[in-house]
Write a protein that binds this ligand. Structure first.
Ligand code: HEC
Ligand code: HEC
Ligand code: HEC
Ligand code: HEC
Ligand code: HEC
Length: 386
């Protein structure tokens, strides 16, 4: 009798535990010191404000580049806004997407919980809605303790300048937001959730994000100034078709003529340009490789589609299922076989590679009604069959 009660109680506990695993708020990252709170900023002497508008009065080239980037859109980005709401508008998201204290409506006074996901909030009297729209703005990276921090220590009357070594090691500035750890008891991931750093570490190369994401340029640092060695503020990534395309070498061929009516085609994709994986970043990103076969009336008669992506099981525990993204210098091949003897006879073979920012099922689940495409073609070839 008592044995039965124990078993029943254990079963009930197990069910309650599983229910909680399937209904809890889904967080997969550890909130580290680097981004647990918004960043307080003091306006440097000589400047009126820390807005990009103001920096852009003198640093015109850099400001006009920055404006075109996803950093400048980290708050306006419609995908982010929908996802933020879907995730219950957690405050912690803002600490990377609108990181400055005055970009946020509330101050963070402390935390109710150990995990730092439930902050104690109070209205922020200095909240600046225009600054919030600037997302990851100049001051996020360049203002510290009331001074402008940068790579060079150039002296100017415009504002105080201090050299900061996080600017000269190629990645120190990026780490705070692009290095998210999953060190939690319920997370069993082989790489951190957004693993740019860990993916480069695996290759043994020195980690240098700036060399690719902020290419070198010689130009005046301020309008009318002297030429200096500097860096373009571009940060291109998955939203930029040409940038992605340039990092991939794609080749389609027919490895051997095959026997009889049998045909075999092979597509080879080599990651020649990223050092991290391709795609990288959030696990939403993927490549889609598709072979399609048409008859001579252009009717689809067969297709084969493969995804290159990182697939994670989110519930009940967070576990890597598989990862078919391409490592740096790695070549991945896919083959497609068919018979010419089928009816109707094949007349055309197409091979297509697309880059996707997110999957259709996720887009629908979070209710993101995109006005810009969420996937685009980076390779396409046709072969007439005879
Ligand atoms: C009134 C003009 C003016 C404004 C406004 C201004 N700057 Fe500057 N800044 C300068 C000048 C001049 C230099 C030195 C350029 C040179 O010597 O070629 C400079 C240098 C810099 C440097 C280089 C520091 C180094 O040594 O690496 C950074 C970074 C910088 N500014 C960032 C900013 C940011 C961020 C803002 C806005 C918060 C801003 N500046 C606003 C004029 C300005
Ligand atoms: C204060 C936080 C923060 C810092 C610091 C930061 N980033 Fe970002 N970065 C973001 C956020 C947030 C996004 C995504 C914005 C969005 O899509 O809504 C992003 C996006 C990107 C992208 C993706 C572009 C795309 O098209 O998807 C690249 C590349 C990137 N950052 C590179 C860098 C590099 C290199 C550094 C260091 C020099 C850096 N970032 C520093 C927050 C940051
Ligand atoms: C995500 C972080 C980030 C943001 C946002 C950012 N910068 Fe920079 N900036 C850097 C890094 C990193 C370097 C240094 C690259 C190096 O020297 O390796 C740099 C360099 C500079 C320099 C020195 C000259 C040069 O071209 O290298 C100036 C001036 C500057 N930034 C101004 C600005 C202004 C103005 C804005 C806003 C319009 C801005 N930055 C936004 C990270 C950032
Ligand atoms: C050798 C060049 C190179 C280096 C080094 C490099 N990247 Fe990239 N990065 C790329 C290319 C090319 C892409 C576009 C293809 C892709 O998404 O993998 C990219 C894409 C990205 C994206 C966009 C992902 C998205 O969601 O759209 C982020 C974020 C990023 N890189 C961050 C970093 C960070 C952080 C570092 C340093 C730790 C770094 N990268 C180092 C070339 C590089
Ligand atoms: C530690 C900093 C950080 C935090 C916290 C953070 N993000 Fe981000 N977020 C980033 C960076 C960096 C990127 C882009 C690079 C990438 O793909 O890895 C990004 C990209 C995104 C994107 C993709 C945007 C696009 O245009 O494709 C969405 C959506 C997003 N974040 C939503 C959220 C939500 C919702 C939260 C809160 C639950 C959150 N983020 C918390 C740093 C952060």
């Amino acid at each position: 009798m008592s044995k039965k009660i124990i078993i029943l109680a254990l079963a009930l506990l197990f069910i309650l535990f599983m229910v909680s695993r399937f209904t809890r708020k889904l967080t997969f990252f550890e909130v580290s010191k680097a981004f647990e709170r918004p960043q307080a900023v003091t306006v440097p002497d000589g400047l009126e404000s820390v807005s990009a508008e103001e920096c852009g009065l003198c640093h015109t080239d850099i400001a006009s580049e920055w404006k075109t980037t996803i950093h400048a859109h980290a708050w306006k980005d419609p995908y982010f806004r929908v996802d933020l709401k879907f995730d219950g508008s957690m405050q912690v998201c803002l600490n990377c997407h609108t990181p400055l204290e005055n970009q946020q409506e509330n101050l963070v006074l402390g935390f109710y919980d150990h995990e730092k996901l439930d902050p104690i909030l109070a209205p922020n009297p200095n909240f600046d809605p225009a600054l919030k729209n600037e997302g990851v703005t100049c001051a996020v990276c360049h203002v510290k303790d009331g001074q402008i921090v940068g790579p060079k220590n150039v002296q100017t009357k415009a504002h105080p300048v201090r050299k900061d070594k996080r600017f000269t090691d190629g990645s120190g500035i990026c780490r705070r937001c692009h290095w998210i750890m999953g060190d939690r008891w319920d997370v069993f991931l082989k790489l951190p959730p957004c693993g740019n750093f860990a993916e480069i570490e695996e290759t043994g190369l020195k980690i240098d994000c700036v060399k690719c994401h902020m290419p070198k340029v010689t130009r005046p640092m301020v309008a009318g100034g002297e030429d200096r060695a500097g860096h373009r503020h571009l940060w291109r990534g998955g939203h930029d078709k040409d940038f992605v395309k340039a990092a991939l070498k794609i080749k389609l061929n027919e490895p051997s003529a095959g026997t009889g009516a049998g045909k075999r085609y092979r597509i080879a994709l080599t990651n020649t340009g990223t050092e991290h994986r391709l795609p990288t970043g959030t696990p939403d990103r993927h490549l889609e490789v598709a072979f399609r076969l048409f008859d001579n009336e252009n009717k689809l008669i067969d297709e084969k589609i493969q995804f290159l992506e990182r697939v994670i099981l989110w519930r009940p525990f967070i576990v890597d299922l598989w990862d078919t993204r391409i490592k740096f210098n790695e070549t991945r091949t896919y083959e497609f076989e068919f018979s010419m003897a089928r009816n109707p006879p094949p007349a055309l073979l197409t091979a297509e590679v697309k880059y996707g920012l997110l999957h259709e099922n996720r887009r629908l689940r979070i209710g993101y009604e995109n006005t810009e495409p969420v996937r685009y073609r980076i390779f396409y070839e046709e072969i007439r069959l005879k």
